[in-house]
Design a protein around this ligand. Structure first.
Ligand SMILES: [Zn+2]
Length: 495
């Protein structure tokens, strides 16, 4: 997942239940008993009995620093794919492949693990997606423990990729294992594992991979386990994701750098002018001021300012930006940030007027926003607001579609039931401020498919940051929820 934004829901007062589920529950709640023809209690027991082993497997995966960025050694990434393939074979799959497509520049894309178990006659197929590549560790000084050595502390497992997204892989594999153990020959469901190896690098070969393996990946339901739950102890189904466009804005004012004493005053330097241009991207309240972007403010749930400030680590005294509910600012409205700035660093600054300066912007798009229209809107804005007649060069970058789930689908309804059953509290439908661009590709490739976005993260998982961690109690519940969902899909189908 590209970084999550906070999430909210109407939460029943379940303090005591939360407290119980927030610790690694040794005594799971009494079973829901038989549901249809399968035994939910047996599934819960199967998940609990193998949970220690599941955590052990997760720790082994965390120890493999598989990073798909071009500047990193690909060996650990390939090793990670092999380890995941081994895990899948051990869970009972014979047909396990490591597949990849080349990128546009001809270099190899990330290794994906694909394993398939065909469906019995008349039964649906479910594609279970996660990714084994991870974000780099970043500044090691910020980590309390070694990033690639998984450490358990106070009911959480710390390590890079522990939550994003190796727990997603293990949630799928452990749910499937429990299911086969409990249902045996009753299991007619088709199951396909698709564990990508380049998600954190923007999934550069995703579309061509889908094209190349269209039939292999075809399914009736797709479960993308790469999102967040609402809070520790409260599960969620992600029903909307923002889209994304990015690019660079360069300001040119002089042909070359000149002495700031000899020439300073009648002309402003490029960093100053770029900063003024950047300042026009938001209005006085902090709303995105680019014309032509869509956004809406009718989200049915909300997040308190305190919760948002704590989750986002906002410093005291800093005023929040934007108008409308916090949930709508996170999920259903655009958000623009400057994520890079090219100008001489302070330590090497000299007394000259700088001729050019460049910044990289990242714009989160409200669900339903066409990325191409958004990119043009930003271009029109910066070219139309060139300060002091400076030359502005706009260079479009990446773009990714938003996602809006069909919450009325059979799969979505079963997922909400399964989440509530596993956690013992009602699940929440929530939006996420982050983006998973390839979901739109899946929806385009398989128009009839029912897509579910679930997760193992919580607001304190710190995906992409130092001290990433996974809440183990919620992880166990996520495995059980998936096993329950698959058991009902096996029995009832998708119609
Ligand atoms: Zn992820």
């Amino acid at each position: 997942m590209v970084a999550t934004g906070g999430a909210v829901g109407v939460i029943p007062d379940t303090g005591s239940v939360l407290a119980m589920t927030s610790l690694r529950a040794e005594n799971p709640q009494p079973a829901a008993g038989r549901v249809g023809s399968f035994d939910a209690e047996a599934l819960r027991r199967a998940v609990t009995e193998s949970f220690e082993a599941t955590i052990g497997q997760l720790k082994e995966l965390v120890a493999i620093p598989g990073i798909a960025w071009p500047s990193f050694d690909p060996a650990p990434l390939n090793q990670g794919a092999e380890a995941v393939a081994e895990l899948v074979r051990a869970s009972g799959f014979d047909d396990v492949q490591i597949l990849r497509c080349d990128k546009e520049d001809g270099t190899p894309g990330g290794p994906a693990v694909v394993a398939r178990r065909p469906a019995a006659e008349g039964r649906p197929t479910v594609l279970l997606y996660a990714h084994h590549d991870v974000q780099p560790a970043g500044d090691l000084a910020l980590w309390e423990t070694e990033p690639f050595t998984a450490v358990e502390r106070e009911g959480r497992l710390y390590g890079r990729g522990a939550a994003d997204d190796k727990a997603g892989i293990l949630a799928h594999v452990a749910a499937y294992s429990a299911l086969t153990r409990v249902l045996g020959d009753e299991l007619g469901l088709g199951v396909t594992f698709f564990f990508e190896g380049e998600e954190e690098a923007g999934s550069p070969t995703f579309r061509s991979f889908l094209q190349a393996h269209r039939e292999l990946l075809r399914a009736d339901v797709i479960v993308v386990a790469d999102s967040s739950n609402w809070k520790v102890g409260v599960p969620a189904l992600t029903t909307s994701l923002r889209g994304l466009v990015d690019g660079t804005i360069e300001v040119r004012v002089l042909d070359h750098a000149v002495h700031s004493g000899m020439f300073g005053g009648p002309v402003l330097d490029a960093p100053t002018l770029l900063s003024r241009l950047i300042a026009t991207l938001h209005d006085a309240e902090g709303n995105v001021a680019v014309q032509g972007l869509v956004g809406r403010d009718d989200v049915g749930v909300d997040l308190t300012e305190e919760e948002y400030r704590a989750d986002a680590s906002v410093l005291d005294g800093v005023r929040l930006a934007g108008t409308g509910t916090i949930a709508s600012r996170l999920w259903t409205k655009p958000a623009l940030s400057i994520i890079g700035f090219d100008a001489p660093a302070v330590d090497v600054a000299s007394n000259t007027l700088l001729p050019t300066a460049r910044a990289k912007f990242s714009l989160r798009l409200a669900p339903g926003q066409d990325p191409a229209d958004a990119m043009e809107a930003v271009r029109n804005h910066v070219e139309g607001n060139a300060p002091f007649g400076a030359q502005v060069v706009f260079t479009p970058g990446e773009s990714g579609n938003s996602f809006l789930a069909d919450t009325g689908s059979k799969a979505a309804r079963l997922a909400m039931w399964a989440l509530g059953e596993a956690w013992g509290v009602p699940a929440v439908e929530m939006g996420i401020g982050g983006s998973i661009p390839f979901i739109a590709d899946l929806a385009e490739m398989y128009p009839a498919v029912q897509i579910l976005v679930t997760g193992v993260e919580d607001p304190d998982s710190r995906a992409h940051s130092a001290n990433e961690s996974l809440h183990l109690g919620d992880f166990r519940n996520a495995i059980l929820a998936e096993a329950l969902l698959l058991a009902r899909l096996n029995e009832e189908g998708v119609a």
